[in-house]
Design a protein around this ligand. Sequence first.
Ligand code: MTE
Length: 329
Amino acid sequence: MIRRPNEVWQASADDVTPKPLFMNRRKIIASAGALGLAGLAGCGDGQSAASAQTPVGNHSPDPQRSLSYTASDYRVSAPLTSYDAVTGYNNFYEFGLGKGDPARYAHRMTTEPWSIEAEGLTERPGRYALQDLVNFDALEERIYRLRCVEAWSMVVPWIGIPLASIIERLQPSSAARYVTFETYLNRSEMRGVRYPVIDWPYREGLRLDEAMNPLAFMAVGLYGEILPNQNGAPIRLVVPWKYGYKSIKSVVKIGFVAEQPETSWNLTAPNEYGFYSNVNPERDHPRWSQRTERVIDGGVFARRDTEMFNGYADQVADLYAGMDLIENH
Ligand code: MTE
């Protein structure tokens, strides 16, 4: 990972939200006519849309898949990664290891009907229909940078609800200290699971106070539409201050436990992937540097400096006060 002298752009500390950019929150109805604007993430600050957020590429949204949502103050002021890259360059190992495999094969996954099982230390265990856990009338858009552990990043306009709203519904009991997540597993629909790269199903976890942080988000859509299967339909986690692999896709189980849970990558390679997985330019992956990242869609040599907590330190650094973040990587 060599840092090029001709970096296309440099991030500054004020690249990251939340910012009171919008005087008025407004409801964006993502109809065919409004979708151009919806994709631009509610530039309600009177600036020209182009100066505030310029999507790369030319996505023409499908009215059949559009969602209704509100713009939010959570946004990175960097160009959006194109729809084609966001939905064509993916990690979803259940469908294969290649970046194009999820777009090629994930349509085989059945996402309707969908339910999520709540288990463990919760006052309300049981199976919930997706619509019972997610209030589709209260969706908001958040433009977050997703920083993959592979040292590349994207800026994605996600649509969803705070993870905290789901946790509050499920009422973890007082002994719960961690929340766990599990991905759907279906051997006939997921060609990648024949390879034992991971002990399937894919599993993740967060400390409960991390999960309750307002930045932690459950996405059901992106770019104005319901999630494409390759991005984790119908519901996936987005934890913007952690490496992308914490953002588990196609969630079918949410559990609450007292002890730090095992997670898929932690089990696969414990020296490479720790439980916390906070974006940290100071802690190299054993096989490569984490100091910079390739900006997907940003041009051939587009790199930026990786920021502590992916630029969200103001919102999350307190969660780790007093902890050695190299040891607890
Ligand atoms: N979730 C499941 N179930 N399986 C996976 O292989 N890959 C992770 C994460 N969630 C993965 C997953 C990794 S490594 C990344 S970088 C992000 O998904 C990628 O999300 P995206 O494809 O929507 O950009």
